[in-house]
Design a protein around this ligand. Structure first.
Ligand code: 5RP
Length: 222
């Protein structure tokens, strides 16, 4: 199976976690896009969605799915999103699509985080994928110096030769070569640096369920 076929398989499996008549939290990225396209097929059964990025909101609206502002929503049964890396315990690196802050905010409102990922995303230890950190632009240099103390190499993410700007108007620093032994502790330490908006470690509140696409079928890790 191709990677896209695996992503489609987990997106289809995730539809079973959508609760009829409710609002669903929707992530960002290529796997989430497969999910949005599947969600469109049952859009008459849901009230709508909360999007974790402008790109996701646009795709949802393109399918005629109502997009709610999170401030209008008090509770959600489920948030469904991809990951850049995930452990068997449900700790993740996210933010390859620069949407980590809104993803973490929407996920925090949901009762259950269902991660959808092809098998290549499952790791024993997080850190091979560069760890994204969203930062306030004026703090980029000082935060990069402080992040380097954790052992990796801090690189400002660029797009077309200039700093990438997130949906929130901030920059992303990617930490290359991190050895992440204790994701929960590192998440707290990085989030405590002044100027950091969010780190792309989702460990304190990780995935409750991971639907993993493999050649043998979709595996459910809980
Ligand atoms: C976006 C994310 C994505 O979930 C992550 O990058 C995985 O993306 P893809 O499904 O395209 O591999 O965190 O900020």
């Amino acid at each position: 199976m191709t990677q896209d076929e695996l992503k489609l398989a987990v997106a289809q499996a995730a539809i079973h976690y959508v609760v009829e008549g409710e609002i669903v939290g929707v992530g960002t990225g290529s796997t989430a896009n497969f999910f949005i396209d599947e969600l469109a097929k049952i859009k008459h059964k849901i009230k709508g969605a909360v999007a974790s990025s402008e790109a996701t909101a646009e795709r949802l609206r393109g399918h005629g799915i109502a997009v709610f502002d999170l401030n209008q929503v008090e509770a959600m049964s489920v948030y469904i999103d991809g990951a850049d890396e995930i452990t068997a315990q449900g700790a993740m690196i996210k933010g390859g699509g620069a949407a980590l802050t809104r993803e973490k905010i929407v996920a925090s409102v949901a009762k259950q985080f269902v991660c959808i990922a092809d098998g290549s995303k499952l790791v024993n230890r997080l850190g091979r994928f560069p760890l994204p950190v969203e930062v306030i632009p004026m703090a980029q240099a000082v935060v990069a110096r402080k992040l380097s103390a954790f052992g990796g190499e801090a690189r400002l993410r660029l797009k077309d030769g200039v700093p990438l700007i997130t949906d929130n108007g901030n920059y992303i620093i990617d930490m290359h070569g991190m050895q992440i032994e204790d994701p929960i502790a590192l998440e707290a330490e990085i989030n405590n640096i002044v100027g950091v908006v969010t780190v792309g470690l989702f460990a304190k509140q990780g995935a409750d369920v991971c639907l993993l696409g493999t050649a043998e079928g979709v595996k459910t890790l809980k």
